[in-house]
Design a protein around this ligand. Structure first.
Ligand code: HPA
Length: 305
């Protein structure tokens, strides 16, 4: 019931407040680390950090995916050399996905808890497949809009009784991705002299765990998607339900395969090899290669908040 869910959120926040020192227990920013991007948490400064394993927090599920640890890391982040203006953050190192078998309510529970702890801004990162033909692995994409496929077809994180304490029954998502944060990220990429290509575009959320078929990639392209992935939108929706500011950043780790398959009616030797296929190994490899730039961007952005 709704009351049970409220109680579970209260249990989780209580458990956190019991174990995290006061100056870290009211974080301003939640950072959700995407596949292979857990290194963002390494930008937490100094020794004043606290790590809580998910399985020790009421209501938190375990992360079951390679490239995803499973803990919250509390600490201070920013780029102030005097460390006077550092910002208290929580890093979610390892996120929970719908395809792991978790309900959206379970997968977005950490966002509810962060909201209860007073977080005002959520930085959401992910690894994504390129759908826009101009995107190549290693590029970044600032998310400026999304397509919530499971949501449109009835699998929605806000389905069920509305959590009135958190937000309205019918929240808007037309303004989900904060313009000022997006501008600030571009500015920080320039200030940090990053050479990596940064796009701005539409993220299509699909449930996974299969990578898309060729026809599905072409369909997504026709529908206006620039990148595709299996996460983030549920967390964005739940954060926006409570009016939190959201910045979404995708690391393009692979190009969606979109050429039609070789026809069985023609001689294979006459046609070029069909392009390869996506794999989790490829995703993690490119994530690793670009991780430092993502870490730098997030760290600099947090410093402004
Ligand atoms: N499709 C869906 N999710 C992904 C992909 C992809 O190609 N790459 C990384 N996450």
């Amino acid at each position: 019931s709704t009351q049970d869910y409220y109680d579970l959120i209260a249990d989780a926040t209580g458990s956190i407040r019991d174990r995290v020192p006061a100056h870290l227990a009211s974080p301003k920013v939640l950072i959700i680390c995407g596949s292979g991007l857990g290194g963002i948490a390494s930008r937490i400064k100094g020794d004043a950090e606290v790590i809580l394993q998910y399985e020790t927090i009421p209501g938190f599920q375990k992360s079951t995916v390679a490239g995803h640890a499973g803990h919250l890391q509390f600490g201070l982040m920013g780029i102030d050399p005097n460390q006077d203006n550092l910002v208290p953050v929580i890093c979610m190192v390892g996120r929970l996905h719908f395809y792991e078998g978790y309900s959206f309510q379970a997968a977005t529970f950490p966002v509810r808890v962060a909201t209860e702890l007073g977080v005002e801004t959520v930085i959401i990162t992910n690894a994504a497949g390129g759908v826009n033909p101009r995107y190549v692995p290693g590029d970044l994409m600032i998310i400026n809009d999304h397509i919530n496929f499971p949501g449109l077809s009835g699998q929605h994180p806000l389905k069920g009784p509305n959590l009135e304490k958190f937000g309205p029954r019918f929240p808007a998502t037309s303004d989900a991705y904060d313009l000022e944060l997006r501008k600030a990220l571009i500015h920080q990429a320039e200030a940090a002299n990053l050479s990596r290509t940064i796009h701005e575009g539409v993220y299509a959320f699909v449930s996974g765990p299969t990578f898309e078929s060729r026809a599905e990639v072409r369909m997504l392209r026709l529908m206006g998607a620039d990148a595709v992935g299996m996460s983030s939108v549920p967390e964005v929706v739940v954060a926006r339900h409570s009016g939190l500011k959201v910045l979404g950043l995708s690391l393009i780790t692979n190009s969606g395969v979109s050429d039609p398959p070789t026809s069985a009616f023609i001689d294979d030797s006459q046609t070029p090899d069909s392009k390869g296929h996506a794999s989790h190994e490829e995703v993690l490899l490119h994530a690793q290669e670009a991780a430092q730039d993502v870490e730098t961007l997030v760290e600099r952005l947090v410093g402004l908040l």
